[in-house]
Design a protein around this ligand. Structure first.
Ligand SMILES: Nc1ncnc2c1ncn2[C@@H]1O[C@H](COP(=O)(O)OP(=O)(O)O)[C@@H](O)[C@H]1O
Ligand SMILES: [Mg+2]
Length: 372
């Protein structure tokens, strides 16, 4: 897979920008606040239909405009195709070769992207919601259908939670339980598979990066499922288990006004040796854990798709852990993936630069070619 061109229109502060990226490394250099992250975000959004930074889709639309559009031309298995996503009032439209995409599978068609951003650091030390979102980004990459599945789940959950808050009759609540159990079991099965594939690779990657005696473990922790062997159950058994757990916890959930069991309540547990990384990891170890997961994800996507994802690396800076930055730069250069880097200082990305590196300067939402 290769991105041949990228066009952003009215996307945040990028009024009208077209890039012709390198097959390998493309670097965007600029001062803070100029639009470097916006550029990566546009590419991330195109490739995932999810914003890179949390928030509403409408934030992506340039102040004063009504719609934003990102278009990319890709080379995929020898054929060129154009995908585009438009943010319009009330939602977004995905297009393939100019026509509304028939399905998300046809839209993605193998395009995937892994992003490294300074915000990743918060994943290890923060709450479970951040780790679920972190894991889910990997699951979307691996299974494009997960996007629709997780939406369906979120809609059912929202409806059930509203009824719980309103103290609605139990029969109304139970109308949602079947959907939650069915779709929740699907999400569980998807997440479990991705953790199963990525975790062993991540453990190995951590040993290469971590410079820590203790090994890292990454494991999925479903909450409030005491009577189920999560790892050994098939999807039908998980569905049954979730249906049961919803029943068992109904009275408690009614008191609290929200649903306490299901994929939305789980965690991705990260540990160093016997200790929870959340409490005990240093800054450097936390960064290495995230790095290890993503390196593992890249390798896993390559194994399942037959080609590497696009890699985005936002805000390469010197303050942040020079040693691990150097590891990452070296790793990216060696893999030969199509990579997009942003930095305020061109010197900091030298290790990832090759003869075909394409350089851009970003200033006030304008993007122009520059020399190395
Ligand atoms: N919807 C929007 N419309 C116009 N400008 C925006 C929008 N969202 C963010 N911006 C502007 O984008 C700039 C920040 O861009 P960003 O890519 O984060 O900078 P950096 O180069 O530091 O990564 C800020 O000036 C901000 O006001
Ligand atoms: Mg930035």
């Amino acid at each position: 897979m290769r991105l041949l061109s990228l066009t952003c229109q009215r996307f945040r502060n990028l009024s009208e920008v077209t890039l012709a990226p390198s097959p390998h490394t493309t670097v965007a250099v600029g001062e803070n606040g100029q639009g470097k992250t916006n550029l990566l975000e546009a590419l991330y959004f195109l490739a995932t239909l999810k914003p890179l930074r949390a928030g509403r889709l409408s934030e992506l639309v340039q102040f004063g405009a009504v719609s934003a559009k990102v278009t990319g031309r890709f080379l995929l298995s020898g054929a060129e195709r154009e995908i585009a996503v438009e943010v319009v009032p009330g939602g977004r439209t995905a297009l393939v070769d100019g026509k509304r995409a028939a399905s998300l599978e046809s839209y993605f068609g193998g395009v995937s992207v892994v992003a490294f951003t300074p915000d990743d650091l918060a994943v290890v030390k923060g709450g479970p919601d951040g780790r679920r979102a972190f894991l889910d980004r990997s699951v979307f990459n691996r299974f494009p259908a997960y996007l629709e599945e997780s939406r369906e789940y979120a809609r059912a959950l929202k409806s059930r939670n509203r009824l719980l808050k309103d103290n609605a009759p139990v029969s109304h609540l139970q109308a949602w339980d079947a959907t939650l159990a069915r779709v929740g079991a699907r999400l569980w099965a998807r997440r479990r598979q991705v953790v199963g594939e990525v975790a062993p690779r991540a453990r190995d990657a951590f040993a290469r990066i971590g410079r820590t005696e203790e090994g890292a473990t990454f494991s999925y922790a479903p909450s409030h499922l005491p009577h189920v062997d999560f790892a050994a159950s098939d999807e039908a058994q998980l569905q049954q288990a979730l249906g049961l757990a919803l029943d068992v916890r109904l009275r408690r959930d009614l008191e609290r006004g929200f649903t306490s069991v299901g994929p939305h309540a789980d965690d991705l547990e990260l540990a160093l040796g016997q200790h929870a990384a959340r409490q005990y990891a240093s800054q450097g170890q936390a960064r290495a854990l995230v790095l290890a997961w993503k390196v593992a994800e890249i390798e896993n996507l390559e194994a399942s798709n037959g080609f590497l994802p696009l890699l985005l690396l936002d805000d390469v800076s010197s303050e942040l852990d020079p040693e691990r930055n150097a590891f990452l730069m070296g790793y990216l250069a060696e893999r030969g993936a199509q990579t997009f880097l942003t930095t305020t200082d061109a010197h900091l990305v030298q290790r990832a630069v090759g003869p075909d590196t394409v350089w851009y300067r970003v200033s006030g939402g304008q993007v122009s070619r520059r020399e190395a």
